[in-house]
Design a protein around this ligand. Structure first.
Ligand SMILES: NC(=O)c1ccc[n+]([C@@H]2O[C@H](COP(=O)([O-])OP(=O)(O)OC[C@H]3O[C@@H](n4cnc5c(N)ncnc54)[C@H](O)[C@@H]3O)[C@@H](O)[C@H]2O)c1
Length: 230
């Protein structure tokens, strides 16, 4: 979406999506980065500044979805599983946000005083976590809760902070499920009764980038889905 709109992007992820990189050509750079590794994240940010002259938008999507009961068949959940989910989903998002926003403070402001836009990705599980989602819901709830205080803090630099909380989206995360399971998940959405499309996430990200009044809040993108307890 950003490249189609004339922008240039650095894609920071654990592994390169070769097909996507080939499709985007010179408008995109891949920078290998684990969000829990500050050096790798900083290198990704620096490559945006060095190759494209600056960083104005951060869209944070990295996430893992480990599910497990607090008390399972083998006893209490191993603490490192909870810690890992928080580390990647919440601390990783904060790590990207703190480094990116520090770079954005050096941008020349536009005519409205804006220097940058940060979009985090939470989940409806931040609000209606299912059984087994204690760690995932806590990590996404943390992203929801930090959105306003960070937006308030970064307002003085003209940097906006927003969070998208998706419902069920048709991404590689769900691609591993058999088709009947995917169809049944889609049917659980009131309207439209289907999985969300990545392009619809991009469409909202675009609106957030373009609409300066969107700041400090969380937008659910879920077709009125409210997840059941299990
Ligand atoms: N697909 C859905 O239905 C859905 C619903 C709600 C929220 N989300 C959230 O949307 C975001 C994107 O998920 P997706 O559905 O595209 O899943 P996905 O698995 O396709 O994408 C997640 C990406 O995060 C990357 N990643 C994982 N750990 C990382 C790390 N330590 N450092 C850097 N990158 C890392 C993965 O390599 C992958 O590219 C996630 O935060 C997820 O929790 C997805």
């Amino acid at each position: 979406m950003i490249v189609q709109s004339g922008g240039r992007v650095v894609i920071a992820d654990l592994k390169a999506n070769q097909a996507l990189c080939a499709e985007l050509g010179d408008a995109a750079i891949f920078s290998p980065a684990d969000v829990t590794d500050t050096g790798q994240l900083q290198a990704a940010i620096s490559s945006a500044v060095e190759s494209f002259g600056g960083l104005h938008i951060l869209i944070s999507c990295a996430g893992i979805g480990d599910a497990g009961r607090v008390v399972g068949k083998d006893g209490p959940m191993p603490l490192d599983r909870f810690t890992r989910t928080i580390e990647v989903n919440l601390i990783g998002a904060f790590n990207a946000l703190r480094l990116a926003s520090a770079t954005m403070t050096g941008n020349d402001p536009d005519e409205e005083g804006e220097r940058g836009v940060i979009i985090n990705t939470a989940s409806v599980a931040a609000f209606e976590g299912q059984i087994g989602q204690a760690a995932y819901s806590a990590s996404k709830g943390g992203i929801v809760s930090m959105t306003l205080p960070i937006a308030r803090e970064l307002a003085r630099y003209g940097i906006r902070v927003m969070t998208i909380a998706p419902g069920l989206f048709d991404t590689p995360l769900l691609a591993g499920l058999p088709e009947p399971a995917r169809a049944s998940l889609g049917q659980s959405v009131p309207f439209p009764a289907r999985l969300g499309r990545p392009a619809e996430f991009a469409q909202l990200a675009r609106q957030i980038i373009e609409n300066s009044m969107l700041n400090g809040s969380v937008i659910r993108l879920d077709g009125a889905l409210r997840m059941a307890a299990k």
